[in-house]
Design a protein around this ligand. Structure first.
Ligand code: SF4
Length: 217
């Protein structure tokens, strides 16, 4: 078990890794990992042509559209520049309207898009062991989120790149784990905050101070 209070980048106020205009703190992972680790990681970008293209394309988009392209635009620009022929979307059924809007934008820009909703397969939640009483409406058919089938459907469709729209925490983890194509996010689900999870952090010293309470787990 690691030390939960071990200082890391999460505790850094220097950010010297960005422009080398300050000093590295003593706990800095750049220092701890050492120069060999830095060089070994740099080599991986150039040794693997796919990783290299992803890294360069992403950096070029940052340069070309810094603070001017929205994330939806960035994803479509990235897909075009990467030469992806088919983009998959793994969407929450509750956000299927947003999935459709994104499909409209994608198709308007000539991006071929194939979307799959989280309830695909229509498998009842109890089939994988969830207790009946834990359904939102017990004693009715309630389909489980099926991120493995979403991934396998997109794998079979041969998508080159997959986009997540609002999958639940954990379901998104399984989708990423089972997706053959690389994955990015368009919408991160937050049912309470209209899909803006950062809002809880910004208000952690006021309205969302409950985040600091260990009894809420
Ligand atoms: S890598 Fe080092 S300098 Fe950069 S944020 Fe982490 S601790 Fe700070």
């Amino acid at each position: 078990m690691g030390d939960a209070n071990c200082p890391s980048c999460a505790d850094c106020s220097a950010g010297n890794c960005s422009r080398l205009d300050k000093s590295f703190p003593g706990f800095c992972p750049t220092v701890k990992m050492g120069a060999d680790a830095v060089e070994s990681c740099v080599a991986k970008y150039t040794e693997n042509p796919v990783d290299h293209k992803i890294a360069i394309t992403s950096a070029q988009i940052e340069s070309d559209f810094y603070c001017s392209a929205t994330r939806a635009e960035e994803i479509l620009i990235f897909a075009k520049r990467m030469g992806y022929e088919k983009v998959g979307v793994a969407s929450c059924l509750g956000l299927i309207r947003e999935c459709g809007l994104f499909a409209r934008a994608a198709r308007a820009r000539g991006v071929n898009l194939y979307g799959v909703a989280c309830k695909i397969g229509a498998v009842d939640k109890t089939r994988i062991g969830l207790e009946e009483e834990r359904k939102l409406v017990p004693h009715s058919h309630e389909s489980m989120c099926n991120p493995i089938m979403q991934a396998e459907t997109l794998n079979r469709e041969g998508t080159d790149f997959n986009v997540i729209i609002g999958l639940c925490v954990g379901h998104d983890t399984l989708f990423i784990k089972h997706s053959k194509a690389p994955v990015t996010y368009l919408i991160v689900k937050d049912r309470v905050l209209c899909h803006n999870p950062a809002a809880a952090l910004y208000n952690m010293d006021s309205y969302y101070s409950r985040l600091l309470r260990p009894d809420r787990q």
